[in-house]
Write a protein that binds this ligand. Structure first.
Ligand code: ASP
Length: 348
């Protein structure tokens, strides 16, 4: 682990002397820094390897400070504990640096960027997540380019929120999803325009920026007792009803068909279990693009009966992490519902 400590005085002095912007790079793991194990599988490796392999970062007009997870991980293992850890690293250093770059595995990066967006609302500094489909050590890696451009975006400081940079495109942190497991353009934000693209240089799409600013509200609690219930024509309603009845679930994200239909009628065991549980339920569409419009079809009117909140055009990643923040931080059902209905960070 490479770690340079900086102090508040040092930052103030460097600002007064117009020194280079300081960017804190948080290395969590992921393909970008992975190496092949003897058995041929990719395993996480130390951040020093990346720093050695991408020396170009030292030619950029930034001072880089690096903090690494003690044990870099495949993002399959990244969850609420790590989201809170990253957000704590950021809040601890917020007055000391000009921006942040988070190096992260691609598999769950959209969950982390969504979680950080809600945890760090109104941060007013760039927090740019990035990673790679191919490790920096391999020929044709996308990691070098992604890393350098993420640093450049953080340096420029035009986007002062959580965002995800991948394959020459900058997405809003709470609007992005992993949409391709192989191609270099692994991410998209189906219902929101990207914040920037790189042609010869980085071009910002100001019309995609939020109209107003969001007041700063940082959270450090998330409730993890959330169920993601994905409807399919094969859903076993009895099993799902039992699961809901017998577990201490605090909130549910329903992934529903199209613009908001489900194979449920009032007397179904599952509908009854959902009603009896009396917890916040939010619905998102299983469709890639478009979102839900509850009540459009008779086959979805049960969702109104069950008091289900419309997730509108939110991604599942945003709905899950928003619900976790809402339940973790608000006591009354009314406050949880208001938080969920309102646009918190441009996710709707
Ligand atoms: N399994 C890897 C991870 O998410 C995939 C990647 O980084 O592209 O950590």
């Amino acid at each position: 682990m490479s770690y340079w400590k900086i102090t508040k005085n040092e930052i103030q002095r460097s600002r007064a002397m117009k020194l280079k912007p300081k960017i804190l790079v948080v290395y969590t793991g992921g393909t970008i820094g992975m190496i092949k194990s003897e058995s041929g599988t990719y395993v996480p490796f130390s951040v020093d390897g990346i720093l050695d392999y991408v020396p170009q970062i030292y030619n950029l007009d930034v001072d880089i400070i690096v903090e690494s997870f003690e044990k870099p991980m495949d993002s399959a293992f990244v969850g609420p504990e790590q989201w809170l850890r990253i957000s704590k690293i950021i809040t601890k250093n917020i007055d000391l640096v000009d921006g942040f770059v988070i190096l992260h595995g691609t598999d769950t990066m959209a969950y982390t960027s969504s979680a950080l967006s809600f945890l760090l609302r109104g941060i007013n500094k760039p927090v740019i997540l990035t990673g790679a489909q191919v490790p920096v050590y391999e020929e044709k890696s996308d990691g070098v380019d992604n890393f350098i451009n993420a640093l450049e975006i953080a340096r420029q400081g035009v986007v002062k929120e959580v965002a995800l940079w991948f394959c020459k495109t900058l997405f809003k942190g709470a609007c992005v999803t992993k949409s391709d497991s192989k191609s270099f353009s692994g991410f998209s934000s189906p219902n929101h325009e990207p914040l920037a693209r790189k042609e010869k240089e980085i071009k910002y799409n100001k019309s995609a920026f939020d109209k107003g600013t969001f007041d700063r509200v940082f959270f450090n609690i998330m409730d993890a007792e959330i169920l993601f219930l994905n409807f399919s024509p094969l859903i076993n309603k009895e099993i799902q009803a039992k699961l809901i009845r017998e577990n201490p679930i605090q909130g549910i994200v329903l992934s529903v068909f199209g613009s908001g239909t489900v194979p449920l009628i009032k007397k179904d065991l599952l509908a009854t279990a959902l009603r009896d549980k009396n917890i916040p339920i939010i619905a998102v569409s299983e469709c890639y693009r478009g979102g839900v419009e509850i009540g459009k079809y008779e086959a979805g009117s049960i969702l109104n009966d069950l008091n289900v909140i419309s997730g509108e055009n939110m991604t599942k990643e945003a709905a899950i992490t928003k619900l976790m923040v809402a339940i973790g931080n608000f006591k009354t059902d009314q406050d949880v519902r208001s938080y969920l209905i309102e646009n918190q960070v441009g996710e709707l």
